[in-house]
Unconditional design. Structure first.
Length: 555
């Protein structure tokens, strides 16, 4: 086999070594979301990392819902998460799991720990447990219930399960070391009483395992070899290893931590997104201004663009923040050759060609994408009355303005040269109509000998235009001020959404379906809004504008 020349990230290096040393034959990874919200761009990193590793090593990738906390979990979120993971291209095949399916095994593991003298039922209240826990500089104190006999512990734990105790009255704790410098090892709670219905198991259980106890067991049961999580769990790793060892799993999974993905000045945390949704500041979890996967999809991002983005971000152990412009760069690059380039006028003003025959419509040829001839050509109707962008005409142009102004000639993209011969205004001084004459010899905008124009503008013929609503987005956060106010609330940008009610599209855009996307020449990339667009009243989202100062970071 040829030697791999691309540099390996630190996780690949660990896996290479584990395989070389025979610690595992192949790889099994998982993505373990808690079904308490929608996934966001940060989760995409975790999903694609885990799936990518499994694929690279010819191993397996599991999707497992970490549904051990019944309070916040909902079936709605299970469904949205499945849809998002699949859309991103990560295939769990037939390995869709729920941590709640392992509740019985977790309970048995707890009983085993009790029998080994490694767990005990504790009657201290939550506040007392906290007080006994000590601090980073002082050791904790042992619970007065720490030395209960195995028999008593078994009986009490069984009674906990049977519903004899109220929430918080008793907990099961691991018996490890109250003097450990690692707070997580100071007799952590591993089971609690919670009289709550669970989205999956209903009222079967009233004791639920804690995350630090449940997670290693879930991984071990599934034969996960490398359990990849984010940095905040680094201090939990000794407990993870303790659980795996004490419960006696033969093939211990290995926890590896990497740095979370953060976007500068962008809200990613589930908690904040939830707040924006609940307060009605956005129109749902898939509002195109958010960076939930559902929102990115609705805005018009493609799985490929997100894959590329995650690749560019790389995997690291140190926390950093990436610019949103990099995400925009990735979608622009992805759509550049794939999408047709159409004409759409977003801020229309009428242009009348005085010497063009009234009622005549002719069909002109236009390339769908000059950089990719495979996308073919289309016919664009042309007529006497057109719409052009308001900003493409000026009554009194500044220097270097090459678009329309009285006496000036421009090229109408894919059509003719036109010369401005006059204009009309309303009582408020707004330009309402621009008058031009055209030169029939300049058809298809190629010009003819001795004649050049400096400006080219796009247009849409009025009689065949489709009227559409177009939504322009900006960051929901006011970037000047940063994400959070002093009181922890979000600094919102009041201009994050601009709705343009009267835009005109060329008729080739009729019949565009939800999620279809296009370049609108000179404007950017736009996508049919999946929620609000109707065949007779289309709605487009701007995915991204065309220009950017973003430069790809040097590798
Ligand atoms: P958030 O804190 O944003 O609400 P979470 O960590 O609570 O997310 P989980 O459902 O617990 O969400 O996370 C599932 C997996 O996704 C975990 O393995 C977690 O480490 C990973 N993950 C969460 N946020 C990020 C992120 N910003 N970058 C990379 N991975 C992440
Ligand atoms: Mg979490």
């Amino acid at each position: 086999m040829e030697k791999e020349t691309v540099s390996r990230n630190f996780i690949e290096q660990i896996i290479d070594k584990d395989i070389a040393e025979g610690k595992c034959e192949t790889v099994c990874t998982r993505f373990p979301p808690e079904p308490n919200g929608y996934l966001h761009i940060g989760h995409a990193k975790s999903i694609l990392l885990n799936y990518g590793l499994a694929k690279q090593y010819g191993g397996k990738f599991n999707l497992r819902f970490d549904d051990t906390n019944p309070t916040k979990e909902k079936t709605e979120f299970v469904e949205s998460i499945k849809a998002d993971v699949a859309w991103l291209g990560a295939d769990w095949e037939d390995r869709l799991f729920f941590a709640s399916d392992y509740f019985e095994q977790m309970y048995e593991a707890a009983v085993l720990l009790i029998k080994k003298g490694k767990a005990f039922v504790c009657d201290l209240s939550a506040d007392e447990i906290r007080a006994y826990r000590g601090t980073l500089t002082e050791p904790g104190r042992e619970s007065p219930w720490r030395d209960r006999s195995v028999e008593e512990n078994l009986r009490l734990f069984e009674e906990m399960r049977a519903g004899r105790y109220a929430d918080g009255e008793k907990v099961l704790r691991a018996k490890i070391d109250m003097a450990s410098p690692n707070m997580n090892m100071r007799d952590p709670v591993i089971y609690r009483v919670a009289h709550m219905s669970h989205h999956n198991t209903g009222d079967k259980w009233c004791v639920y395992p804690m995350y630090d106890f449940a997670h290693p067991i879930e991984d071990a049961i599934e034969g996960v070899t490398h359990s990849i999580c984010t940095l905040e769990f680094e201090d939990h790793r000794p407990l993870y290893d303790w659980v795996v060892r004490e419960v006696g799993y033969e093939k211990p999974p290995k926890q590896i931590e990497f740095a979370k993905l953060y976007l500068t000045n962008v809200v990613t945390g589930k908690r904040y997104i939830k707040k924006l949704v609940e307060e009605g500041i956005v129109d749902g979890w898939d509002d195109p201004r958010l960076v939930s996967i559902a929102a990115l999809k609705r805005r018009g991002f493609t799985p490929e663009s997100i894959q590329r983005f995650v690749e560019l971000c790389g995997i690291s152990k140190s926390q950093s923040s990436v610019d949103y412009a990099m995400l925009e760069y990735c979608i622009r690059e992805d759509l550049k050759l794939k999408r047709a380039r159409m004409m759409a006028v977003l801020d229309p003003v009428k242009l009348v060609i005085d010497n063009y025959p009234e009622g005549q419509v002719e069909y002109l040829d236009a390339d769908n994408n000059l950089e990719n001839p495979e996308l073919g050509t289309r016919k664009v109707p042309f007529g006497r009355e057109l719409y052009i962008e308001r900003e493409d005409f000026m009554e009194e142009p500044p220097r270097k303005y090459f678009r329309l102004f009285p006496g000036n000639e421009v090229r109408l993209m894919n059509a003719y040269f036109v010369k401005c011969v006059g204009f009309e205004k309303d009582a408020d001084g707004n330009v309402t109509v621009i008058h031009c004459t055209y030169n029939p010899e300049t058809k298809c905008g190629t010009g003819f000998e001795g004649r050049k124009v400096k400006g080219t503008i796009h247009w849409v013929a009025a009689s065949t235009a489709i009227k559409a609503q177009v939504r322009l987005y900006e960051n929901i956060i006011d970037e000047e001020k940063g994400v959070y106010n002093e009181d922890g609330s979000l600094n919102l940008n009041p201009n994050s959404l601009t709705v343009l009610e009267e835009c005109y599209l060329e008729p080739a855009l009729a019949g565009a379906k939800a999620y279809d996307s296009f370049q609108f020449v000179r404007q950017g990339y736009f996508c049919v809004d999946a929620r609000d667009s109707r065949p007779d009243a289309p709605v487009f989202n701007r995915i991204v504008s065309l220009k950017s100062s973003f430069k790809l970071p040097k590798a």
